[in-house]
Design a protein around this ligand. Structure first.
Ligand code: HEM
Length: 139
């Protein structure tokens, strides 16, 4: 049987290792944010403890990848760009966030084509956060 293409149904969710795989990704992501020198500025935008945002990002990504959508029920509705407009996200901040994500993805036992797909796809909301941040600072 031909596998379903990433981005349709729950194909991406399954390629990411479902809930456990996404939690592993997000754990590594915030470890990189906590330690990479390039991420110092974006780490400083976050509160001292990352447990809450770690859980929220993981739950968000489960839905975003086509898995169960528990985000709204657990945390309420969110617009990712709208939420991030309060932070000063320039190109360097966006790229630092994506660097942490690329390093975390590199540590996952995922298919290479899914790694590429995921990093390309996640760069879209990351760029929208930057644009929302610029608009807010001009308002
Ligand atoms: C573009 C670079 C980004 C930066 C600099 C950034 C930064 C932040 C910061 C500072 C917080 C608040 C953390 C806290 O309360 O301690 C946050 C929360 C969050 N971020 Fe991002 N973020 C970025 C991109 C993204 C993207 C692309 C997504 C999703 C695809 C995302 C999903 C989330 C979620 C779900 C939360 C939790 C929201 C809440 O507390 O209600 N972020 N982010």
């Amino acid at each position: 049987m031909t596998p379903r293409r990433y981005g349709t149904g729950d194909a991406s969710y399954r390629a990411a290792g479902e809930r456990d795989g996404i939690h592993r990704l997000v754990e590594r992501f915030y470890e990189y944010m906590d330690t990479l020198p390039e991420a110092r500025a974006i780490r400083a935008m976050h509160g001292p403890e990352l447990a809450r945002v770690r859980e929220k990002l993981a739950v968000f990504l489960c839905a975003w990848l086509g898995g169960p959508n528990d985000y709204r029920a657990r945390f309420g509705a969110i617009s990712i760009p709208g939420f991030h407009a309060r932070f000063a996200i320039d190109e360097a901040a966006r790229d630092a966030w994506l660097l942490c994500m690329a390093r975390a993805v590199g540590d996952q036992a995922w298919a290479d084509d899914f790694k590429q797909y995921f990093l390309q796809a996640i760069s879209v909301p990351a760029e929208r956060c930057r644009v929302a941040s610029v608009h807010r600072s001009l308002a």
